[in-house]
Each structure stands twice: as C-alpha cells, then as structure tokens.
Design a protein around this ligand. Structure first.
Ligand code: BTN
Length: 243
C-alpha cells in the first residue's frame, strides 16, 4: 500500500522535516512533498536548487535492517525515479548513473539524498529525499543538468504536474520496496543493472573527504562499485558512502 502523502506549499527542506518527524518519534511511514523548499539540501553539504515547478519529496520510513543493508534503499529510489521519468518522457532517454543519479539523455535530471538515524523504537529511520527536475534544470554545478520538460512526451501536458509526479513516484517506490523486502536485493540490482549507463569507464567517486579516481569495473552483489585505481588496487566503493 502506498503511504500517506503530505503535500505542503513550502518547507525549508523535506529531508529536514522528515528528520524532525522521526526525531519526534513519529512512526507513520509517510511522504513529505513540497512545492518549494527554502533550504533544499544536496549531497556533500551543497544546496539543492528548489524552484517551484520541480518535485521535492522525502519518504520517511523505518527499518530493522542493519545500516549497510538499509543503504541499498538508494537503488530502490533510483528505480522508482526511473519509472517516474519513463512514465512522462519520450521513449529511450532514461538511464541511471551509479549509484542513484537518474539521467535524461545523459544529463542529470534528479538527485537523491538519504539521511538516517536511530528512532525512539530503536529501529533505523530513513529519510529518502528525492528531487526531480520536472520543469526547470538548475544551473549545472558538476555536470550538465536537464529537466523532464525538455524530454516530455507529446501527449503529456506542460508543465508536468507535481501532484501527478509525486503519486507516480510513491507508487513506483512502493512496488520496488516490496520487491526488496520480500525477494532481497538481487532482483533490485538486476533491474538497476539493466537501466544503468555502462559501468566500465573512468570514474570519480567522491566520499566524505576523499576523492577516489579509477576505472569502474562493474558492481559487486551488494551494490558497491568496483573501482580499479591507478596503482592497480581494486577498491569497493559502497553506495552508502557516496554523499
Ligand atoms: C544531490 O545532491 O544529487 C541530491 C539532491 C537531493 C535533493 C532532494 S529534494 C527533496 C529532498 N529534500 C532536500 O532538502 N533534499 C532532497
């Protein structure tokens, strides 16, 4: 079943709101969606441009999985975003870049930021924050950005509706999450692998304070990126460590 979805006009950050609710002891699995964020958060402490018209959504959920396994939710989120974009975009343009950037025609169209902590119930809370460029592509920071509006199917009204996108995202997420919970990670990784751009080229992984460069050599069964560094060593970069 799809969790309840709260649609707010404005908030500082849907991830910050999910954290507040988790820290207040809320147990309801819920989506927090906002039309605008005053202080949207991106990875590595960056801002996330949060103009009205794009989608800003966070799923607050609880899990008893150990943290390393719970971090695999990032692949679940990427698949749900890919399904959302597939539902609205022209055919053949959606792909995923490890671990969770969803691209349209090779340019970044979304971002995922996962935060977590210990809930009063001793479970782990997860705030799965998802930003999707529905109407606007923010100025590029690291890599070119695009929006769904530039790749919209001709039978979909412009601009893409935030409500419709949030509903499709929540439904797709629930389907992938149920598969993950019931069948484990292997089918998630299989589905993710069929949708990713090749994983066999030069690659830069930015961890907390460390930048690791090398040649990507596929992913391990737990979703970690296999990276061959210049000194010939094989590093396994966990998806949960990239932020
Ligand atoms: C990235 O840097 O690629 C991740 C960006 C994540 C942005 C989303 S928008 C909804 C949620 N609330 C936030 O403050 N950030 C995430």
């Amino acid at each position: 079943m799809t969790p309840v979805l709260h649609l707010l006009d404005e908030i500082d950050s849907t991830n910050a709101e999910a954290r507040r609710r988790a820290e207040a002891g809320e147990t309801a699995v819920q989506w927090i969606v906002a039309r605008r964020q005053a202080a949207g958060r991106g990875r590595r402490g960056r801002e996330w441009n949060s103009e009205t018209g794009n989608l800003f959504a966070t799923l607050l959920t609880l899990t008893r999985k150990p943290p390393a396994e719970a971090a695999q939710v990032t692949f679940v989120a990427a698949l749900a975003v890919a399904d959302l974009l597939d539902a609205f975009a022209v055919p053949g343009v959606v792909s995923i870049k490890w671990p969770n950037d969803v691209m349209l025609d090779g340019d970044k169209a979304s971002g995922i930021l996962i935060e977590s902590g210990t809930h009063a119930s001793a479970a782990l809370w997860l705030a799965v924050g998802i930003g999707v460029n529905l109407a606007h592509a923010p100025d590029a920071t690291e890599r070119p950005a695009t929006s769904l509006a530039s790749h919209l199917r001709s039978d979909i009204a412009y601009p893409p509706s935030v409500e419709a996108a949030a509903t499709v995202l929540a439904e797709a997420f629930a389907i992938w999450q149920t598969r993950w919970e019931t069948l484990g990670f292997a089918p998630i990784l299989d589905a993710w692998t069929t949708r990713t751009q090749g994983l066999d080229g030069p690659c830069v992984a930015r961890l907390g304070h460390e930048t690791v460069t090398g040649i990507a050599d596929g992913v391990a069964p737990d979703g970690a990126l296999r990276l061959r560094t210049a000194d010939g060593q094989l590093r396994l970069i966990s998806a949960g460590d990239v932020f």
